[in-house]
Design a protein. Structure first.
Lengths: 336, 391, 306
């Protein structure tokens, strides 16, 4: 199995400034030494509560943010081996530090669909121009050829010719999201980040969007990183799932495995906290004490220990590493 | 459900409520002939998508229809604490003040917006208590003074006792009013009242499972986390043990682990206070956990009402079926309802769901179905079930 | 034929119709629009309304003799004459054209500079923002009329100096406004989305942010034209304007300065010399202000609707 993107010890901090002269008083440790890989043509689900850094991790992966440390290897062909690399070779690029035109030319291979299509589409541009823009900017084609490709992708996502000359505000939430998907997919990318793409869409059309994602993945050989806090959606769409807590990946395993056998105490609590749409389920809920601490001053040792039901002495001092405790099941916890 | 009076076990009944918004783009028919009832001590979940009219209905129950909305038709019958039945839509503003907060209170989605940012948490809860429970608090203060016998001849204590008695018996007394205007005297003569209220707040915050209530009382809202803020909002809402609590998506903006805590809290508080709860949400999972009965709303109408287990086991309305099927379940194919939520300026004729309905018949385009009883406690507004039984 | 259908349902046309509809529903804005348009008609048809004597600069008002006392309206001089026998009617008509020239030129130029400075500051933030905004702060720190006066004195009196001075004084307001809009808009997802498809910064600024910042700019500009004309008139009144005899409202008012009190027998003997240019100036400024207010009402809810 080869990977499309691989990152080693990725770090992204946001400075916290305060006072009259904007003196730096600390860092929001949004992503703190994360090592993760996304396999070719898989859907990796990324779950976690708000503020755990899942969106930051995703945006750093496609270099919307510049990482503070660490490496990101990216290969549109998806030929990165599982073994760690040191530098760019064989078309596998180390993209953590590239800038300018070189970065811009890579953009056609990695795309993102945002949570809220109302804000992610320019309200003063026509649908035709929004969807065609990646083609023009990337210099792929323009004019009539671009229009033909726009029409082709719009039809694939379930829209048509009659929608070309309209502004985004004339569409419903689900349709807007389809426009955003069309824009993301028109350059034939290989890696697409879906940042809670269904959470601002009405419940009744949510499933049709998920269906669309699956269909496009098959047709265009896409690799997804799917961010969500809705576990039922993650479970329905993902091949593997990574759980994040306070800037760290605490557990990573295949979907079935992690749902049947969650190992990290946080994963267990998180999964049990999700309301189940079945009034007759007799599930025991694990109620976590307190709330997630601020990522400016995360707890020392294991970041979860102040809320953990199984916290031990060692948890307060040593930060656990992400290790494989069962086949293809990685956990960062001292219990294992 | 026609225009029937309130039966004894019922707390609130909404009959044929119609609310319209007069906007620039046209008349938004936000709520159309919606009918609901809530029994004493039960939790009614209202589910619906954006634009289903669930929030407008809830706000109208408090006679707080957002502008430019106007109630066109219908009535809202509510049984007060003294068992008298009133129609909320026909109350004047002064009568409403007696009901809001005391008999019916509300929790909003955004705790940030519900709390005053420049007021300490304690002051905000005090305000809620003073608005409706002043008498009870004053009586308690007199009790406190009676217990401290040795202060019998202290001038200040006597003045304080006198103040409290005047407040109870003759609140419009001129001397009392003068005393209340003098800054230092005012504070001294209410010393024990303040202590009693503070004690009450601490008790209330403990009930909300807030750790360290003493610190939280003197905190400003922004110093607290979202979950804590929502607990304060709930505390304010429950300060007067209302008969009916309306919760409009109170956990939507919270993290799931915190949402679990709040849901758990609401469930336990309900048992303690015995209030009826209207819980509005779009999350079928939350509904399944918290409700006794569920009302499903679509495009301004109530389309199905049933006990929660019955609804999940045996959904009748095609929309409810679609909604339940659209919940992703591993292993089963994803389903969704075709089409989109209609524009309420120009809603579909007849049954508003007919353009998206798989069982659409010709008459659905013309007749707006009414809620009919199909089995015990299970009502549905769909022409498929029309004529099976009429309530 | 196909083209035709497209125009029919063109969204831009629909939007324009929507704006026009809103303006139509607000009576005050209609008044403002009517005033501004009628002044524009006067300015455009100045040649026909007050034909200039051949072979001379049309902005120079023809005079009927050198008699100092203003003459009341008469068949030859519809609005009467000013001190020194300048024809008031001719001065008003050509003064309208001069006012439009100053107003439009100053607003266009200061908006252009303001957009350039404001968008750089608001988009790149950081050091560029600090430097550019402190520069605008320096200009904003002076009372604008005094600064404009000083600049005109430095450049030498005249209408061109006034225009230049007003541009130099006026652009910081636009820069501030544009910077604020840029800060707000560049935080929106669609700007980041533009980055993810590989748009260059210039393209993001021009294609994505600027079109979304244009409405507040439009409102500000239309309110600004009125006040610019007022300041220009004030400068001209103070003697910093064009040489005597130039068709300029400020100067016409300035020419009436000695005659406001009238004669001992009739205090309103020379009413026309100050009333007529004053009323025109007032109407012009009020028209633009009403239009600006109306635009704000019309465009704001539309932004909210999105």
């Amino acid at each position: 199995m080869t990977n499309i993107i691989y990152t080693k010890d990725l770090v992204k901090y946001f400075p916290v400034k305060s006072g009259l002269f904007g003196r730096k008083i600390g860092d929001v440790k949004a992503v703190d030494r994360v090592t993760i890989s996304v396999r070719k043509e898989e859907t990796l689900g990324l779950v976690g509560e708000s503020g755990c850094g899942k969106t930051t991790l995703a945006k750093t992966l496609i270099r919307l943010y510049k990482p503070d440390a660490g490496q990101i290897f990216f290969d549109p062909e998806g030929k990165i081996p599982d073994t760690p690399l040191i530098q760019s070779h064989d078309g596998i690029l180390e993209i953590a530090k590239i800038e300018g035109a070189k970065l811009r030319s890579l953009r056609r291979f990695m795309q993102i669909v945002y949570q809220n299509p109302t804000t992610s589409l320019n309200p003063r541009m026509l649908v035709k121009d929004i969807v065609a823009e990646p083609l023009i900017v990337q210099g792929i084609c323009k004019g009539a050829e671009a229009e033909a490709r726009v029409l082709e992708i719009l039809e694939k996502v379930g829209l048509g010719r009659e929608h070309l000359y309209r502004y985004p505000h004339e569409f419903s939430g689900g349709q807007k999201q389809r426009i955003a998907i069309a824009r993301a997919l028109i350059t034939n990318p290989s890696f697409v980040i879906l940042d809670e793409p269904t959470s601002s869409v009405d419940v009744s059309v949510r499933a049709s969007l998920l269906e669309l994602f699956k269909e496009m993945q098959k047709k265009m050989n896409l690799t997804y990183l799917f961010i969500s806090h809705d576990l039922s959606i993650i479970e329905a769409i993902s091949d593997r799932i990574a759980v994040m807590y306070l800037g760290k990946v605490v557990e990573l395993a295949e979907t079935k495995e992690i749902f049947n056998n969650p190992l990290h105490p946080y994963t267990q609590a998180l999964f049990s906290a999700i309301p189940v749409p079945d009034p007759e389920s007799k599930r025991k809920r694990i109620l976590l004490p307190g709330e997630p601490p601020s990522p400016v001053n995360p707890p020392i040792g294991c970041r979860f220990h102040p809320r953990c039901l199984y916290a031990m002495e060692i948890c307060k001092q040593v930060e656990p590493k992400l290790v494989e405790v069962r086949p293809k099941h990685l956990v960062a916890c001292h219990l294992y | 459900m026609s225009n029937k009076p309130l039966s004894l076990e019922e707390q609130l009944k909404v009959n044929d409520l119609t609310v319209r918004f007069y906007t620039y783009e046209g008349i938004v028919k936000a709520v159309e002939k919606a009918s609901l009832k809530i029994r004493k001590g039960e939790t009614l979940g209202i589910v619906g998508e954006t634009g289903s009219g669930k929030s407008v209905t809830a706000l109208t129950i408090l006679a707080l229809t957002p502008s430019p909305g106007r109630v066109e038709d219908g009535n809202i019958l509510f049984r007060k604490r003294d068992s008298s039945v009133i129609d909320i839509l026909r109350m004047n503003e002064h009568q409403l003040l007696q009901i809001r907060g005391k008999e019916i209170s509300m929790i909003f989605q955004e705790p940030n917006a519900a709390l005053d940012p420049v007021c300490k948490v304690g002051e905000q809860i005090t305000e809620a208590i003073l608005a409706h429970r002043l008498r009870e608090m004053v009586e308690k203060s007199i009790e406190v003074i009676k217990k401290e016998k040795d202060n019998e001849y202290d001038l200040w204590t006597r003045l304080e006792t006198w103040t409290y008695k005047e407040m109870l018996n003759n609140p419009s007394d001129v001397r009392l009013k003068i005393i209340q205007k003098i800054p230092i005297i005012r504070d001294i003569t209410k010393r024990r009242l303040r202590q009693v209220i503070r004690q009450e707040i601490v008790e209330l915050l403990k009930l909300m499972e807030i750790p360290d209530p003493g610190r939280v009382i003197d905190a400003y809202p922004h110093e607290l986390s979202g979950g804590m803020q929502q607990r304060i909002v709930i505390a304010i809402a429950l300060a007067c043990s209302p008969l009916l609590l309306i919760a409009d998506e109170p956990t939507t903006n919270l993290d799931v682990t915190v949402q679990a805590q709040i849901l758990d809290l609401i469930n336990r508080l309900k048992e303690k206070f015995g209030s009826s709860i209207i819980y509005i949400t779009h999350d079928m999972g939350v509904v399944a956990e918290i409700s006794d009965r569920v009302a499903v709303m679509y495009a301004g109408s109530v389309v199905e009402v049933a006990p929660v287990k019955e609804l999940f086991r045996n959904p009748l309305h095609p929309y409810t079926k679609g909604l339940l099927e659209s919940i992703p379940r591993p292993g089963s194919p994803l389903k969704s309802i075709p089409g989109t939520v209609p524009n309420l300026v120009d809603p579909p004729s007849g049954c508003r769901f007919h353009p998206r309905c798989a069982y659409m018949m010709n008459k659905c385009k013309e007749i707006m179905p009414r809620l009919v009883k199909v089995s015990e406690d299970h009502y549905v507004a769909c022409l498929l079930y029309e004529g099976e039984s009429d309530d | 034929m196909i083209r035709w259908i497209k125009i029919e349902e063109s969204p831009r046309l629909k939007e324009t119709k929507f704006i026009l509809n809103r303006i139509r529903e607000n009576p005050l804005s209609l008044v403002g629009l009517a005033i501004v348009i009628s002044f524009a008609v006067i300015a455009i048809f100045a040649h026909i309304l007050a034909p200039p004597p051949p072979g001379r600069d049309p902005y120079i008002i023809p005079r009927a003799g050198y008699f100092p006392e203003p003459q009341p309206p008469s068949p030859e001089h519809a609005f009467g004459t000013t001190q020194g026998q300048y024809d008031l009617y001719y001065g008003i008509i050509w003064g309208t054209r001069a006012a439009y020239r100053i107003g439009v030129l100053v607003v266009a130029m200061s908006a252009f500079i303001g957009i350039a400075v404001g968008s750089l500051a608001g988009y790149y933030k950081g050091v560029i923002d600090e430097v550019l905004m402190r520069l605008t702060d320096i200009i904003l720190a002076f009372p604008s009329l005094i600064l404009a006066m000083a600049l005109v004195v430095a450049f030498g009196p005249g209408l061109d100096s006034i225009t230049l001075a007003l541009i130099l004084v006026g652009w910081p307001g636009y820069a501030r406004l544009v910077r604020g809009e840029f800060l707000r808009i560049s935080a929106e997802d669609f700007v980041e989305a533009a980055k993810t498809i590989g748009c260059s910064n210039l393209r993001i600024i021009i294609r994505h942010i600027l079109p979304n910042a244009i409405f507040p700019l439009l409102v500000y500009a239309s309110l600004d034209i009125g006040s610019i004309i007022l300041v220009a008139a004030a400068l001209s009144f103070l003697g910093l304007g064009p040489p005597e005899g130039y068709a300029d409202w400020g100067q016409l008012i300035s020419l009436s300065r000695n005659w406001i009190t009238g004669t001992a027998a009739n205090p309103f003997a020379y009413w026309h010399v100050y009333t007529i240019p004053g009323v025109f100036l007032f109407l012009f400024v009020m028209g633009w202000n009403l239009l600006g207010d109306a635009l704000r009402d019309v465009l704001d809810p539309m932004l909210r609707r999105r």
